[in-house]
Design a protein around this ligand. Sequence first.
Ligand SMILES: O=C(O)C(=O)C[C@H](O)C(=O)CO
Ligand code: ZN
Length: 278
Amino acid sequence: MNFSFRYAANPADAKSYDTQRLRDEFLIEKPFSENEINLVYSMYDRFIVGGAMPLTEDLKLETIPYLKSENFLDRRELGIVNVGGDGEVEVDGEIFSLSKKEALYVGKGIKNVIFRSKSSNVPALFYLNSAPAHTNFPTKKVSKENAIVIQLGDENTANKRVLNKLIVNEIVETCQLQMGLTELLPGNIWNTIPSHTHTRRMEAYFYFDLEEGQTISHFMGEPNETRHIFMQNNQAVLSPEWSIHSGAGTSNYSFIWGMAGENLDYGDMDIVATNELK
Ligand SMILES: O=C(O)C(=O)C[C@H](O)C(=O)CO
Ligand SMILES: [Zn+2]
């Protein structure tokens, strides 16, 4: 288990960050490494972002010192989306198979979570989001068939995309976690336009299925004080509650969004008119 800690940033300070500081504070460069679990514990709603890549070994989700708890999920809930080959997650002895783009919600109180790949030729890549939880809700798998699917954007503005709500309260009972997966159609590059903030919730984006050699410019910051972070395939970025979170790729891609905070209302967003961004 590898783990690190991120403090939350004040937007008045973030204005003065240079490229390296922006990357140090917000970018999660390598969520996946072979036979390891990597976790970043952030002070944005105590949200944890990470990845588990079991290759030749099963990986057990152990507690980390920041939690001061015996088991990782003693006071937390967990959302998992597989972005790699077929895999399995064992939850207190019960096995859930997860293929690419399938999700699993694991509730508070579960003691043992074990990740495994079905084949080491194409390892599973389990992207992880976790938030504090006040009660136990049942573990539930969500596949494409159960997802709430929304068509967004337009070819003419290069932002035609399919948004799949996976771990949201219409489908799964959660304390504060919400997760989903948005797929940009070929030839479309802009995500989350018009941009928005939601002071009630933080968010993290994880970009994947980006073609080799391409890149994504992720836009963040207050709507009138934006910055960008160039990101590569399989990287995540923290979005503070005061920040927009949008991106433009040099080709299409998919991304996982995950949130926690004050409410479970997906639609609670403060939209920013595109021509008012600065
Ligand atoms: O494509 C989009 O637009 C999104 O996926 C937006 C995210 O779901 C989001 O930012 C939710 O707050
Ligand atoms: Zn958002």
